[in-house]
Design a protein around this ligand. Sequence first.
Ligand code: EPU
Length: 420
Amino acid sequence: MSKFIIKGGQKLNGEITVNGAKNAALKIIPAALLSEETIIIKNLPDIEDIGKSFDLLRDLGAEIKHEGHQAEICTKNVNKIELSQKLADKFRTSVMFVGPLLARFGEVKFPHPGGCVIGAGSRPIDLFLEGFTAFGATIEENSGKFYHVKAQNLKAATYFFSTISVTVTESLMMTACLIPGTSILQNCAMEPEIEALADYLNSQGAKISGAGTPVITIEGVKKLSAGEFTIIPDRIETGSFAIMAAATKSEIKINRCEPNHILSLLNIFDKIGVNYEKGKDYLIIKKTDKIKPYDIKTHEYPGFPTDLQSPYTILMTQAEGTSLINENIYDRRLLWTDMLSQMGANIIMCDPHRIVVSGPTKLYGKTLISPDIRAGIALVIAALIASGQTEIGNIYQIDRGYEKLDERLKKLGADIRREE
Ligand code: EPU
């Protein structure tokens, strides 16, 4: 098991470049199944979950040339409708292959997707199944472990989301692209990755309007053509680095980002006294000595993202006063704060969705295990401010979302090394 060894207390400075968004790339790859022509994807992050997506796509019969941050995909010869248990079991977004396969072949067999530990149970897929049923598919389910989704003829439908979901919105949007007639999705998630996926599909001939708003309308087309797409900058990486700079009281420039995608965080920076300069595609976080406390409630976009809740919690351990962190999206996304308490943070858990953080507290280096991607980056930030040495194990869970984090942070002056 690889680990990071971090010696805290160094100020960071310099520039860091944001990579392509993991949560955009993970949808663009399965979307390649909607066209038999060649797809070129640029600015791909070089992270674990992308490799797993390619393995799954290759297993279905796709030809993929992947080098660095670019890939060329052709799914013309795909004729398999079953996702490999061994491969799909490894990551949650294997479920994103189901909608495109259903749209193309009318049938898919797949195991319950694997993934990290942040949601209820093993993270439900009930909304995906409900949506496919609305399009006329029937579902055979084997004890919630294996599914067979099938349709003679998929039918256009109007579907209302009872719970707002990013991946289900994207999934149904992809499926509807090839269903004749007009489908309308209501109460959709509005994340920038959804709009990016729609732009990409439209550039291949799809007819999607309203992506990025609560109502998305899709006119089905017969086929999608070849496509070329550059992945948008990762807004969660951007926000993580911005919080890292504020928490370590450092000044850094974050390049190749889209500051307008993290306005909820910048709005809070204004309130807690973190100074920054916002450019068109960069952010400079200025050195801030005094941070005020501020309560957050995680919310669907454009609200405060659940994926930045854990880094923000670290920032609040350094704020002068008490703040309430209210995690509304996932059931188990505050459990990691127990580790933060072991580092010296003053945190009271009110219930699984709410913690009270009192600051400022001095943090101390510890030996810890990263439970998931976002708690993992938060522990890295905590380690950078802590006195002494912190060891973070299971950094596979950090590599899943942040490409070569150690190398990039070293360039900012962090004392971090990877040990295999
Ligand atoms: N939900 C259901 N049933 C479903 C699907 C979702 O009950 O069939 C629930 C979830 O358990 C959760 C809520 O709906 O309580 C909302 O979750 P959502 O479906 O929106 O999450 P997601 O689409 O699975 C994406 C991102 C997450 C990010 C959330 C919220 C991807 C691949 N993942 O997940 O990213 O936290 O939206 O913004 O796009 C991460 O990158 O670390 C990450 C977890």
